[in-house]
Design a protein around this ligand. Structure first.
Ligand code: AMP
Length: 358
């Protein structure tokens, strides 16, 4: 279980902004990044090497894995066959168990509730025969979500009465789905935990997350989550990481329900670095990206302590046009992802606004 020395190559499946920031963090430690992506640009621009090919091309994946020392991924929809092909030639961290669980909301909720951790009440919806049972379990108010490939509020429909279930299912293209009970949360938080090859876990402070049009808008630390609940939130995230025999950074999104019998309800997990951890790039000695690279390379974990208070704000679509003003603003760290076109809903960059720690 020796650490990969500087000069080793980290293979990254996925070439978006998360892969880009992982490659930059690897470079800072003298490690090289080889990005495998089906879209040129993005992370390839900052990596030592890139392969542009489909994720379904298992021969290319295998050849890629033969040229790196460890493989990691920056998105949870890496096909399981791709991870399996890579595993034939190099260790894949986090492993494919985390991928399998996170790719399917039904598997995910079953797995997490099986650990005794609260999730929203849920029931599978895969056709007419399941409607009545789902409504009985959940009641009339809920959210219908596709089991696979949903993100940023896509692939889900809010339901306010029993009559809305059939049209909602139709609008999701009759894709296998999960009906979730609506959780009356006060606010949303996330836990970023990093787990080393040795099993050691470290946690970043827990941000308060707000959303705009279903997309993360801001993450702020410190959050108003009371200390005793923050301790429980860390315990939950640590238990999930351990149960997955996880290596790297794991994001666990939670609802805070102060009056509930269960004050913390897990919404979903992200088996990768997470948008709600981008503030760590400037407010911590070691960012989530560097700690992910350290973990998958078998290095000792870095400090997760926060030296400043901070609010991270995503730059979505044409928000990025404000870059000249943001670049001139005091106390702001600006991060731009180099994407050529600012389409609506597209994450173009983020800013971290730092304040002295209270
Ligand atoms: P998701 O794609 O599951 O992360 O959901 C996107 C957003 O929808 C969450 O961040 C919440 O704001 C909201 N949401 C999702 N599931 C529920 C739920 N069961 N109850 C209340 N709000 C929810």
């Amino acid at each position: 279980m020796s650490a990969l020395p500087p000069g080793s190559t980290i293979g990254i499946l996925g070439g978006g902004q998360l892969g880009r920031m992982l490659a930059l963090a690897a470079a800072r430690l003298g490690l090289k990044a080889h990005v495998y992506t089906d879209v040129p640009g993005g992370a390839c621009e900052v990596a030592a090497a890139a392969t542009v090919a489909p994720f379904e091309d298992t021969a290319r994946i295998r050849a890629f894995a033969e040229n790196v020392d460890v493989v990691t991924y920056e998105f949870e929809n890496v096909p399981l066959q791709a991870a399996a092909a890579a595993e034939l030639a190099a260790p894949v961290r986090p492993g494919s168990k985390a991928l399998a669980v996170a790719q399917d909301r039904l598997e995910e909720k079953t797995f997490i509730s099986g650990l005794g951790i609260p999730v929203a009440p849920f029931a599978a919806v895969d056709g007419e025969s399941s409607f009545d049972a789902a409504m009985c379990t959940i009641g009339p108010a809920g959210i219908l979500k596709t089991r696979r490939l949903g993100y940023d509020g896509k692939g889900q429909v809010r339901i306010k009465s029993a009559g809305e279930l059939v049209p909602a299912f139709e609008s999701l293209g009759r894709a296998p789905s999960v009906l979730e009970g609506f959780v009356p949360f006060a606010f949303e938080v996330s836990v970023l935990v990093v787990r080393a090859l040795s099993g050691e876990t470290r946690f970043y402070d827990i941000p308060l997350n707000t959303h705009r049009n279903g997309i993360l808008d801001t993450s702020t630390v410190p959050s108003p989550l009371p200390h005793e609940h923050a301790a429980r939130a860390r315990e939950i995230a640590g238990a999930i990481a351990t149960a997955l025999d996880y290596v790297g950074v794991l994001g666990v999104e939670m609802f805070y329900v102060p009056d509930g019998t269960e004050p913390l309800v897990v919404n979903e997990i992200a088996p990768r670095v997470h948008n709600s951890g981008h503030w760590t790039m400037d407010a911590c000695l070691v960012s989530q990206f560097e700690n992910h690279i350290r973990a998958v390379a078998g290095w000792p974990l870095g400090e997760t302590d926060r030296h400043s208070d901070v609010t991270m704000t995503n730059l979505i679509g044409d928000d990025v046009d404000q870059w000249p003003a943001l670049a001139a603003e005091a106390g702001v760290a600006l991060h731009l992802y180099g994407k050529p076109e600012a389409r609506p809903g597209r994450k173009m960059g983020h800013v971290n606004r730092l304040r002295p720690r209270r």
